[in-house]
Ligand binder design. Structure first.
Ligand code: NAI
Ligand code: AKG
Length: 532
């Protein structure tokens, strides 16, 4: 098959430093300003898409991306990407969680200061020939109360700077502990209290179904008539008509916005008719030279790495699987995936349950990545390349596979511990155990209840048979007659002349007709060809 050239589409303005990194591994096409239909028509040719906030990556766009492996958002917010659809389609979404933190925080500070000192209005008036020193008397931030809504990366930086400027900082963030807030010299408050007490309010939370129109007429009505509101987070968190009314009626002292419910801001937005006390900027929070270089490099490096088969640092849709963990647990993840592939081929049929048992030292590793890797292995025998770390959990859920996770730290079978996968399904259940030996060497250590010591190989044949003379010879002869070369063989049994398993590593796959012959050998109860 002809190998297609790796291609990356860049559909928003991205700093050249990022483009240069992508060009190390792919053909890079820059096409800014595409409509959704244009994007849908061309995305099928691309392995990766790199965007900022301008491109809407809808479900239809993602579904049209037959080759698409990764979407890189050069910034923080991924609300312009349909992440659930990307996850379902196995497309990785990465962002740059910290590259523009300082830029966005400084934009909020710039807007607070501009509001306090009427900078844009005074500038416009002076440029127009005026010299009005009375109209533009302002306020100091010093000793005023700042209310920060959302005390994450950007909110914390704003809080730190404002503390240093002599402001008293209070915050509302339901996911931050009082201890953490105290370390930042910030007092936590309820949302209502914050709106009642603050002289300045700055928003630094994401837009979610819970935060949509969070700042509505009722909350605006609680603000001091002199208080000012800044939003450099996301549009849609403030009800824009209610804000326009509150400004026009003098309910609040002023507002400055960088982000809007719909971008670009509609020409007939009620905000555009507010004459006084309002400053609007066109989503410039991340628009500094430094931030644009940071986010472009951060995301381009991740796209490059993923296209080279390496993990990404900031994957949005594979929780718990950072690049650091993928690197550290590489052989353990490989083992989990291999055992998953093995046990699903032994089990056949529809699985209802997968038990992932982390034994001994294995129980000290984070379990989530190992469970994801095991599921990837289990599902890939049925779904092939379509399954990956991104969609494995979701696909398992969709197929009704219940996942049980057990940690047994007391087990002492191997120095590094072991991992056992057990399936239950419509054709019964099977169990396999494996371990990681020195130098990352993988071993299969039990199959069902039988101890073995086998290195996984690409093609294998596993049998369950009666432990009696002649079976091994017969099987060897049958394989030889069909020109299937045996690389290694091992038998595991618990009771002499009871049941036993045989594990053969073979150089070629077993054709279906040969399997029928193997099943016909007297004493063979099960025979499972396995491809790993
Ligand atoms: N204007 C611009 O150009 C930029 C805007 N942003 C936006 O700024 C926002 C904050 O970004 P970061 O600080 O990096 O994110 P972050 O994830 O570090 O912080 C967000 C904080 O919001 C809190 N939060 C979530 N739901 C909340 C709720 N209902 N009420 C109060 N707090 C809540 C979270 O607990 C978290 O501490 C995001 O919406 C991001 O998209 C980020 C960069 C540039
Ligand atoms: O790409 C941009 O300029 C917007 C940045 C932003 O809003 C974000 O990173 O969340």
């Amino acid at each position: 098959m002809r190998r297609l050239m790796t291609k990356v589409l860049v559909s928003d303005p991205i700093d050249q430093a990022g483009i240069d990194i992508l060009a190390q591994v792919a053909q890079v096409d820059q096409r800014v300003g595409l409509s959704e239909d244009d994007l849908k028509a061309m995305i099928g040719d691309y392995d990766a898409l790199m965007i900022r906030s301008g491109t809407q990556v809808t479900a239809d766009v993602i579904k049209a991306g037959a080759r698409l492996r990764i979407i890189g958002r050069a910034g923080v917010g991924v609300d312009n990407v349909d992440v659930p659809t990307a996850t379902q389609q196995g497309v990785l979404v990465v962002n740059s969680p910290e590259g523009n933190t300082i830029a966005a925080a400084e934009q909020a500070l710039a807007l607070m200061l501009s509001l306090s000192r009427h900078v844009p209005q005074a500038h416009a008036s002076t440029m127009a020939g005026g010299w009005d020193r009375k109209k533009y008397v302002g306020n100091e931030l010093y000793k005023k109360v700042l209310g920060v809504v959302g005390l994450g990366k950007i909110g914390s930086h704003v809080a730190r700077v404002c503390n240093a400027m002599g402001m008293e900082v209070i915050a509302y963030d339901p996911f931050i502990s009082a201890d953490r807030a105290q370390q930042m010299q910030v007092r936590l408050s309820s949302l209502e209290n914050l709106f009642e007490q603050a002289d300045y309010i700055t928003l630094h939370l994401p837009r979610t179904p819970d935060t949509e129109n969070l700042v509505n007429a009722e909350l605006l009505g609680k603000m001091k008539s002199t208080a000012r509101l800044v939003n450099c987070a996301r549009g849609g968190i403030i009800d824009e008509s209610a804000l326009a009314d509150a400004l026009t009626a003098g309910v609040i002292g002023g507002a400055a916005l960088d982000v809007y419910a719909q971008e670009p801001l509609a020409t007939d937005s009620p905000l555009r008719s507010v004459q006084e006390r309002l400053i609007l900027t066109p989503h410039l929070g991340a628009s500094t030279t430094e931030a644009q270089e940071n986010v472009a490099v951060d995301v381009a490096e991740q796209i490059r790495d993923v296209l080279l088969g390496l993990p990404a640092r900031s994957a949005v849709n594979i929780p718990g699987l950072s690049a650091e963990i993928m690197e550290r647990l590489k052989p353990h993840l490989q083992l989990a995936e291999t055992l998953g592939l093995l046990v699903s081929q032994l089990s056949g049929g529809q699985l209802q349950e997968l038990e992932v048992r982390l034994q001994g030292e294995f129980a000290q590793h984070p379990s989530q990545p190992l469970v994801i890797a095991a599921l990837k292995g289990v599902l890939s025998s049925a779904l092939g390349d379509r399954i990956n770390y991104v969609n494995a959990s979701l696909e398992a859920k969709g197929r009704g596979i219940r996942v049980l996770e057990v940690k047994d730290e007391t087990s002492k079978d191997f120095a590094g511990g072991s991992l056992q996968l057990t399936t239950r399904g419509d054709q019964g259940g099977h169990s396999v155990t494996g371990a990681v030996f020195a130098n990352g060497d993988l071993r299969i250590t039990t199959i069902d209840e039988f101890p073995v010591n086998v290195s996984p190989s690409r093609h294998m044949l596993l049998t369950r048979h009666r432990d009696m003379p002649g079976i091994i010879g017969q099987l060897g002869s049958v394989l030889g007659e069909h020109n299937v070369n045996i690389a290694s063989m091992q038998v595991g049994r618990r009771i002499v002349r009871g049941d036993a398993v045989m594990v053969l590593s073979i150089d070629d796959p077993i054709p279906p007709s040969l399997l029928v012959t193997i099943h016909a050998i007297n004493g063979i109860k099960e025979a499972h060809p396995v491809t790993l």
